[in-house]
Design a protein around this ligand. Structure first.
Ligand SMILES: [Zn+2]
Length: 72
C-alpha cells in the first residue's frame, strides 16, 4: 500500500475538506397544493400531500404549542 511521503499541512487539509466535504442543498420543487418548497418525491411537510393526495394530517394546534414552549 502506498504511504504518503509528507504530512499534509493544516491549510491543505482544511482547503480540501472545505470543497470536498461540503454539504449542498438537495434540489427543491414547489408543492402543487400549497406552493411551499419541498424535496422531490417526498410528502410536503407544510400541507402533508403527495401527488395531490392527502397522506399526512398536519395538526396546527401542536405547531402553536411548540412555538409557545420555545418562546415561553
Ligand atoms: Zn404542500
Amino acid at each position: 500500500m502506498a504511504v504518503p511521503k509528507q504530512k499534509k499541512s493544516r491549510a491543505k487539509k482544511r482547503s480540501r475538506r472545505a470543497n470536498h466535504d461540503k454539504i449542498t442543498l438537495p434540489g427543491m420543487t414547489l408543492c402543487p397544493n400549497c406552493g411551499a418548497d419541498t424535496i422531490p418525491h417526498r410528502v410536503c411537510g407544510e400541507c402533508g400531500t403527495y401527488k395531490g393526495h392527502e397522506v399526512l394530517e398536519i395538526e396546527e394546534d401542536t405547531i402553536d404549542e411548540e412555538i409557545e414552549e420555545v418562546a415561553g
